[in-house]
Design a protein around this ligand. Sequence first.
Ligand code: SAM
Ligand code: SF4
Length: 337
Amino acid sequence: MQDAPAPLIDPFARAIRYLRASVTDRCDFRCVYCMTENMTFLPKKELLTLEELDRLCTSFIRLGVEKLRITGGEPLVRRDIMTFFQGMKRHLDSGTLKELTVTTNGSQLEKFAGPLFEAGVRRINVSLDTLVADKFAAITRWGRLPQVLRGIEAAREAGLRVKINTVALKGFNEDELFRLTEWCAENDMDLTFIEVMPMGDIGNEDRLGQYWSLKDLRAELEGRYALTDLAERSGGPARYVRIEETGQKIGFITPLSHNFCESCNRVRITCTGEIYTCLGQDGHSDLRAPLRASEDPSVLEEAIRKAIGLKPKGHDFDYSRQTVDGRVARHMSHTGG
Ligand code: SAM
Ligand code: SF4
């Protein structure tokens, strides 16, 4: 048995415990704030194989990552992805990994909710911006609401705890704020609102992609419910409140604010094996070359340490001026949300 290696600590003394891994850049939806309709996807050979993904995640876990979130693109459209989840279960069983989770658009959950639970997944995030079928079709372009609702139902039946992620879009789902909140309460699901981020070229979609400040959204909730701030911190950009009337937890993800960078414990890897140590910065390092150069985990671990050594202090998104500053060119589906 090897000794446990020194944990990953970045230059600002933050321990890296949370890894988000994108397993594909492809998706069966084309959400207007995320992708253009005619996205060009990466050639398959650029992607890490499932075996390489396993080696990469395993190295991070050996170096102290305790929480692994699988994302994309749509992670559940990657062929044979359940093999990867089943492989990660060994780290849950050994206790080195504390949580294995996934962010999904829900389209494949009818099929995969049971297998995810069997692989040790207990909580999932499902992205859903509206409960109106026509609006759902408009915002996702290719998605269909009933399929996603059936998926959510299947997840709950399988024993998965579901959190709904909703991108706050002015003029789009403002009028559904209370409906979405109540629907989540009725179905015992937490709900997190996400501020729309300036990522990637998404064409001419301003009409549906209006920025709705979560400060304003929260004020609207406060007009109807009693909110209690919760001390809970995820090491990320989420803040939580409890709605006293329903007991449910509501999260607010404001990636544009700087108030979380000092406690940031996470890094992201793309489906091609690049590591981004800050969602809001373009700086990244390549882990695919060391991964492919040698089967020896120490080669990869050295590259991971080097990359963590470059983690910046924080990001530069700024909506406070007229233009969107600090914009990053890549799409959310590239780095994973
Ligand atoms: N396909 C999966 C899904 O939709 O849940 C996982 C990947 S998706 C990129 C992850 C999250 O990013 C989703 O909740 C999505 O709504 C969010 N997202 C995508 N583009 C965004 C943007 N420009 N601003 C804020 N959130 C965004
Ligand atoms: Fe696909 Fe998720 Fe992006 Fe929508 S937000 S296009 S579901 S990756």
